[in-house]
Design a protein around this ligand. Sequence first.
Ligand SMILES: NC(=O)c1ccc[n+]([C@@H]2O[C@H](COP(=O)([O-])OP(=O)(O)OC[C@H]3O[C@@H](n4cnc5c(N)ncnc54)[C@H](O)[C@@H]3O)[C@@H](O)[C@H]2O)c1
Length: 375
Amino acid sequence: MLNFPNYLDGYFFDLANASAESKVLSTCYIPCVMLHKTLQVQHAKQLKITTSVRIPAGWAMKRMRKRILVTGGAGFLGSHLCGRLVARGDDVLCIDNFFTGAKDNVAKLLAHSNFELMRHDVCMPLYVEVDEIYNLACPASPIHYQYDPVQTTKTSVHGAINMLGLAKRLGAKILQASTSEIYGDPTVHPQTEDYWGHVNPIGPRACYDEGKRCAETLFFDYYRQHRLSIKVARIFNTYGPRMHPNDGRVISNFIMAALRGDPITVYGDGKQTRSFCYVEDLIEGLIRLMETEESLIGPINLGNPNEITVSELAIQIIASAGSRSKITYHPRPIDDPMQRQPDITQAKKLLEWYPTITLEKGLAHTIEYFRDFKE
Ligand SMILES: NC(=O)c1ccc[n+]([C@@H]2O[C@H](COP(=O)([O-])OP(=O)(O)OC[C@H]3O[C@@H](n4cnc5c(N)ncnc54)[C@H](O)[C@@H]3O)[C@@H](O)[C@H]2O)c1
C-alpha cells in the first residue's frame, strides 16, 4: 500500500511537469488525497505503479486552490473575508443582493482573476460548484434588520436552508456567521457557548435573534441528519473600515457624530458594557474555524472580551477623532442588552485564536476610513 506523507494532503501535483513514469498516475491534476484513496481501492498493479513510486523531486506543487462561496460578501465582514481569501490564492465567488453591502466594498478585488461577484438573494436556491461556503448574508445592524423584519427572518432561515442544501449536494464544508444576539439580554456573564440565551421572541429584535437561532438549529439538524460538515461561529460586536456609516451601530454612530462635531447620543446611563473586536482579528478567527478538523463544529464565540462602558467608548472616540462633540443621554431602547462580553476560552483552546488589535489602534484605522463619509 502506498503511503503518502500527511503533509502532502490537500496539494495538487503539477503533472504537466512530471516525468513520463509519473504521468501514468493521471493525465490531469489529481488531488493527493484522492490519489491516495484511489490507490488504496484499486491497488497499485492496476495503475502499473509499485510501492517504490515516489513523488519525484522538483515536481511543482501548488497549494490546493479552493473554490469558496462567500454569501453577503459585499458587506462589511464579507468584503474583508473575500479580500483575505483572494490574497491567499483561493477562487472566491461572492454573492450579495446589495441590501446593505456595496460593490465599492469589493471593487478592488474585481481586478483579480480568482474573484467573481454575483448579484443573488440567498432566499433563492443557488447552483454553483464550490468546496466551502461562508454564510454571512444577513443585515446585521438593528436599523437595517428592522427595516423589513420579515425579509430579515427569511434571509436567515431560507438563506440557511438554501446554502445548507447546496453544501449537501456538493459535500462542501459550510460555516454560519451566527451572532452573540442569540444570547439576547443575557443573564449569564460573560457568555459561554453552552448558555442558551434570554431572547424575547416577539420583540422588534426577534426577526434577527430568532432568525439566527433558527439558522443554528438548521445547521445542527443538517449535521445530525445528513452528516454535513458544519462550523458555527457566534460573532460578537465587530468594527472596522467598511462598516456602513449610517448603520446605527454604536461605533459608527459615535465616530460619525464625533467627526461632524455633533452631539454623541448615549442611550440609558451609558453604563451598559460592550466589547469590540477589530475586523482583521475576527476574519482570522473565521478562517481558522473553517480550517479545523471535521469534528470541530462549534458553536464557538469569536469576539474581544475586553469590556468597555458605552460612555467610556464615547470619550475615547471623541479623543481619537480630535473632536469637540458633547455627550447627550437618551432613554434606552427596548431589548437593548446591558452587558455583552464573550467568553473566548473555546476559541483560544481549539483555534489558538484571540484578538490582538487594541481598541485604540482599531479605532484609529476606523476613524480614518470614516473621515471620507462625514459629509
Ligand atoms: N458585524 C458584526 O458586529 C456582526 C456581529 C455578529 C454577527 N454578524 C454577522 O455577520 C454577517 C455579516 O455582517 P456584517 O456586519 O458584514 O453586515 P453587513 O450588513 O455589512 O453585511 C451583510 C451582507 O449581506 C447582504 N445581504 C443581506 N441580505 C441578503 C440576501 N437576502 N441575499 C444576499 N445577500 C444579502 C448585504 O447586502 C450585505 O452585503 C451577518 O450574518 C451578521 O449577522 C456580524
